[in-house]
Design a protein around this ligand. Structure first.
Ligand code: FES
Ligand SMILES: [Fe+2]
Length: 426
């Protein structure tokens, strides 16, 4: 960590971009130093918009889900009276206990298990045992649940921000909205499929950010999966000529797009879906082309996209659509939650193949995730060797139009990361 000790504490000077030389590098202490994680918690996870959940998870009054957002326990609930989606700090105003203790459910009230204070779904304190013990009566308004400072939604994706001064969500998302629109428009009415994947990795969280929008590693890291789908009849040449590109979307967001070498449950038929599904999927492709135009319709049906919303939301729209959040618990450890997004009215056989594809490639026991985890843990282990201070992220620099296997979208993340941790993004 040598010459950068001061930089580690202040979070400055960890990203080194030299456009003249076409060189972009990141100091590896950004992945290993606990001081850097402290800066990230303060400057990134306490200030940026963070994904909480999807409105389809709380459709009925009283529906709720418990989440960890930016490392803090919160819960999202569809309030019964107002019908609003609210996100509360999951801590009792009395003496602190976690109030919502189930991952999901439907309720009329939340009752703290410690001393039985009771709150309605709007967060108001409505009852407590022995109220007359409080001098002058307890102030129920003062002692209600606290909402997270900012909660906003974009097309069903609910985000929260702990900074009351943050820009609004639509401004924050900027150009990334276009890619969320593509995912949502293709599905009509999307829903989160019940259940989630949870796993952790002994690696820095930003290695998973990089990996999630890294089109370079696919052929080498995921060779086993490619061989598997070829053995099942998939023609991977069907993805050729798909307009491969990587984009810096501003504000640290980035995306890669590439022709799908495999079937996509939004209407790119593949033998894995079975002949029965073919007419319906071809019809869907035609319908989308009619509604959104040939080019946008084709992008929805035949183009893969891996989207990063800064800092820690990934949407992989590939052979299934996964919504994934990542949160560090230490410089060398990250926890991952992944959900699956699908059209509410999807045909049964297509849904079955989507679920299968999700697990086969993206699941924690599938073909891709264990390979990626091995790669990321291997990087973290390699950092401990020392001798090399900087990681190189220069691929494709200086190209007019970045390709999906260049690293421009990864550089976009790092530029914003540097600006946010050193406080110059405000
Ligand atoms: S801590 Fe919740 S009622 Fe006491
Ligand atoms: Fe991968």
């Amino acid at each position: 960590m040598s010459l950068l000790d001061d930089h580690v504490v202040t979070g400055t000077g960890l990203v080194d971009e030299d456009t003249g030389r076409g060189r972009f590098r990141v100091h590896r202490c950004a992945m290993t130093a606990p001081e850097v994680l402290n800066r990230e918690l303060a400057e990134i996870f306490n200030r940026c918009w963070l994904y909480v959940g999807h409105t389809s998870e709380v459709t009925e009054p009283g529906d709720y889900v418990r989440r960890s957002v930016g490392g803090r326990p919160v819960f999202m609930v569809r309030a019964r009276k107002s019908g609003q989606v609210k996100v509360f700090h999951n801590t009792c105003p009395h003496r602190g206990a976690v109030v919502c203790r189930a991952d999901t459910g439907n309720t009329k009230i939340f009752q703290c298990f410690y001393h039985a204070w009771t709150f309605d779904t709007e967060g108001r304190l409505t009852g407590m045992p022995g109220r007359d013990a409080y001098e002058g009566g307890a102030d129920f308004a003062e002692l209600s649940l606290r909402e997270v400072a900012r909660v906003e939604e974009y097309r069903g994706f609910v985000f929260a921000c702990y900074d009351p001064e943050a820009v609004d969500l639509v401004t924050y998302l900027g150009q990334a909205r276009e890619y969320l629109d593509l995912v949502v428009d293709a599905m009509g009415e999307p829903e989160i499929v019940a259940g989630s994947n949870q796993y952790s990795i002994n690696a820095n969280w930003k290695l998973l950010v990089e990996n999630s929008i890294d089109g370079y590693h696919g052929p080498s890291t995921h060779d086993t999966y490619i061989k598997y789908i070829v053995s099942q009849g998939t023609d991977i040449r069907s993805g050729a000529g798909g307009g491969n590109a990587g984009y810096d979307l501003g504000n640290g967001h980035g995306v890669i797009e590439y022709g799908a070498p495999w079937g996509r449950p939004i209407a790119k038929w593949d033998p894995l879906f079975g002949e029965n599904a073919r007419p319906g999927m071809e019809q869907t492709a035609q319908d989308l082309a009619r509604r959104f135009g040939e080019s946008r319709g084709h992008a929805m049906t035949h183009t893969n996209r891996n989207l990063l919303i800064f800092p820690n939301l990934v949407i992989n729209d590939i052979m299934a659509v996964t919504v994934r959040t990542l949160m560090p618990t230490a410089a060398g450890h990250v926890e991952v939650n992944a959900w699956q997004l699908a059209p509410r009215d999807e045909a049964e056989d297509v849904r079955a193949q989507r679920l299968d594809s999700f697990l086969t490639f993206l699941g924690p026991g599938g073909f891709a995730t264990p390979d990626d985890l091995e790669a990321l843990e291997s990087c973290q282990q390699g950092f401990a060797s020392g001798g090399v201070e900087w990681s190189d992220i220069s691929r494709g620099m200086g190209r007019d139009r970045a390709k999906h296997d260049d690293e421009e979208q990864i550089r976009a993340f790092w530029r914003q990361w540097q600006a946010v941790v050193e406080g110059s993004a405000r």
